[in-house]
Design a binder for this molecule. Sequence first.
Ligand code: GLN
Length: 234
Amino acid sequence: MNGRKRIGVLALQGAFMEHIASFQKLDAEALAIRLPREFRGLDGLVVPGGESTSISQLMRSYGLIRALRGLARHGFPVFGTCAGMILLAKSASDSTVETIGAMDIEVSRNAFGRQIDSFETFLPVPALGEVPFPGVLIRAPVIVGVGPEVEILAHLPDGTPVAARQGNLLVSAFHPELTLDLRFHAYFLNIVSAYAEERGYRLDNNQPWEASGVPPPENQAICWRGLSNEGTQQ
Ligand code: GLN
């Protein structure tokens, strides 16, 4: 099978539209997904940020927790951001959130305090190149424990891990989809392509750049408050 990469974005609650827009900018097809039967034909899936308690309850009602657990166990590429990272974790500090448990990490919810303690910071992410990545942390979780298979991709200056990969699972405590920097999404599309190739089919490499070499935006302003105002710092 050939074709454009088809990425499902779980659209129960939270920042799913922004992920769809980021993948579309990279020429991938991105679809809002709400039911397990809609997983068919996808090459990868995103569990977005939002409120992990609400998302997990809705996932349970729609049979999505079991479905996703099964997919992830078979190596299907999944990218979880913020609440999505909590949902992919093996365990979360808050037992009211039922997690999918696919990734061997332990996370702590709301690790920086209340909404008002949200912040932005540039993070070195060696896997994405030399230019630091704009980290938008909105009532963010952090990773407090990792298993041996987990590779840490980014941490805060104090050493706290905030992005990681285990096989085809990718997580970040921050929100790449709320920035103009597409490198995290391109990195995930690379995982998706490799997975497809392993399974014997090729996806078009119809991106204008080598995915690993997607350039950071020229103006590195973190502009999540001013997305409509591309490139200007708000
Ligand atoms: N605080 C949220 C939670 O624990 C996550 C916030 C986010 O996704 N930006 O679910």
